[in-house]
Design a protein around this ligand. Sequence first.
Ligand SMILES: Nc1ncnc2c1ncn2[C@@H]1O[C@H](COP(=O)(O)OP(=O)(O)O)[C@@H](O)[C@H]1O
Ligand SMILES: [Mg+2]
Length: 252
Amino acid sequence: MVDKIVIQNLSLQYADGTESLRDINLNIPANAITVLFGPAGGGKSSLLRCLNRLNDLTEVKAVSGKILLDGENVLDPKTDVIALRRRVGMVFARPVVLPMSIRQNLIYGLELAGEKRKSWLDEAAERGLKLAALWDEVKDRLNDPAIALSGGQQQRLCLARVLANQPEVILLDEPTSGLDPISTGKVETALQELKKNYTIILVPHSVQQAARTADFAAFFLQGELVEAAEGKELFTHPKQKRTEDYVEGRFG
Ligand SMILES: Nc1ncnc2c1ncn2[C@@H]1O[C@H](COP(=O)(O)OP(=O)(O)O)[C@@H](O)[C@H]1O
Ligand SMILES: [Mg+2]
């Protein structure tokens, strides 16, 4: 198995002194779903934001360690951050749909990046929608406003928009926290299909979702990586007492 991302001794301190990640070491394999789970405040979102340098936009006092993406340190000041964010796309908890048509939502970023060929843009839009398992539901109304879609469809639209950029890694931060079980199932099914070709890192909204979806899982508690293992192993035979207590619902 190839490790797409290797995180070495990563620590992160925000400007107010909060130490949100402490000496994290984690390998993230390609073509699998790696789940980062644990109670709120554990540092999961902070870690995702390090992976595509979204933390550049917040007040960080100190970051140390390395994040190697295909062997290159993304924390290096010389990293082309715009290019990095195309390679490492992100879907957030609340769908961020632009007040435009479904089609425009998909091609907006590509147009900003200078792409003008209509046929190429149409193909990218179709590819993204198909990969996000939304194509059949919207193919006859691509020019309708995106805000008219249901919450679940909007979230898959956000996934489709990321996919239209042809990323290598997809980060998802509690992407189904606002969705009903059927919509949640559709997103999870899409991820199972996508993992064949992408590296997927998911922060789930529940332990149950973590257990359902994880090929690999890492348990975070208050800035510390307590334990990481294959999903089945971690959810059935956790090595650490703290992991076991959390997985079994003794604290949350
Ligand atoms: N922009 C920020 N500035 C200061 N502290 C922050 C910021 N973002 C998160 N934190 C703090 O960092 C810790 C980890 O938060 P977060 O990464 O959001 O955890 P999780 O996603 O696991 O809930 C928390 O104590 C949180 O309050
Ligand atoms: Mg979070």
